[in-house]
Write a protein that binds this ligand. Structure first.
Ligand SMILES: [Zn+2]
Length: 244
């Protein structure tokens, strides 16, 4: 008879193995490159993603690879957002966030600060108009009102410190692409002389590349011929630039 205590873990192990297999096939080269970057040293990493689905996907991926991380997105309640930022500043290595959520929250907090101090100033000014205030009291209150902009500026600076994160960029990878392109060969003829030049269609910009001026090397779309039949930019020809 099978002892349930012995075969169940075996099956579980098998199921887990299959699950892991399914997952690891989803570990794209991009994910693996990211993991390599994170594990390269213990420096803090912020990963900006565009969609919350990517956020979930990364959370799953990072969790499986023992990376300490926090998520920050618009769907979190406020306390959790604060906690996420604090944890990232304290001891968590990776923060995964949607591009907009941090910025939106910072903008919103700034706007409510503005509104609060505007209302405060308005109220204080209205109180000034109340009758029966001594000159000393009025002066004292006016001084307080005058201090509002500085106080607001200090609070905004605090906010910036709260959300601000110093980022050091390090180049991590370069992509070298070769692609087929179309080259147009042209011959310019002037009287009995002529000169050849070529135009290249750039598939990345979906436009023709500018032609290099044969005198100064600047790329230009407005070409002209010098008397010795060199392709020149308007500057070198002494002409005003024209649209291409
Ligand atoms: Zn030129």
């Amino acid at each position: 008879m099978l002892d349930s205590g012995s075969w169940l873990p075996e099956i579980e192990k098998e199921i887990k193995a299959v699950q892991n297999l399914c997952r690891t096939t989803g570990d794209t080269p991009k994910n693996m490159a990211l993991l390599k970057l994170i594990k390269a040293d213990s420096e803090k990493v912020i990963i900006f993603v565009k969609y919350t689905a990517t956020l979930d996907h990364l959370a799953d991926f990072l969790g499986r690879n023992d990376v300490s991380f926090v998520l920050f997105h618009g769907g979190l309640p406020n306390e959790k957002k604060d906690a996420a930022i604090q944890a990232f500043k304290d001891n968590i290595q990776v923060l995964v966030t949607t591009v907009d959520s941090m910025n939106r929250r910072f903008q919103r907090d700034t706007a409510s600060l503005d509104a609060y101090y505007q209302a405060l100033e308005k109220e204080m000014r209205q109180n000034l108009n109340r009758s029966g205030l001594s000159q000393d009291l009025i002066r004292e209150r006016e001084e307080k009102i005058a201090m509002i902009p500085a106080e607001l500026a200090a609070k905004k600076k605090d906010l910036l410190n709260k959300y601000g994160i110093r980022i050091d960029f390090k180049p991590a990878a370069a992509l070298y692409l070769t692609s087929a392109c179309v080259t147009v060969f042209a011959r310019l003829i002037s009287g009995r002389t002529n000169t050849d030049f070529s135009l290249t269609y750039n598939p990345v910009t979906k436009d023709m590349d500018p032609v290099a001026c044969q005198s100064c090397g600047t790329g230009t779309y407005s070409i002209g011929l010098s008397p010795n039949l060199h392709i020149n930019c308007p500057d070198c020809l002494g002409l005003p630039a024209t649209e291409h």
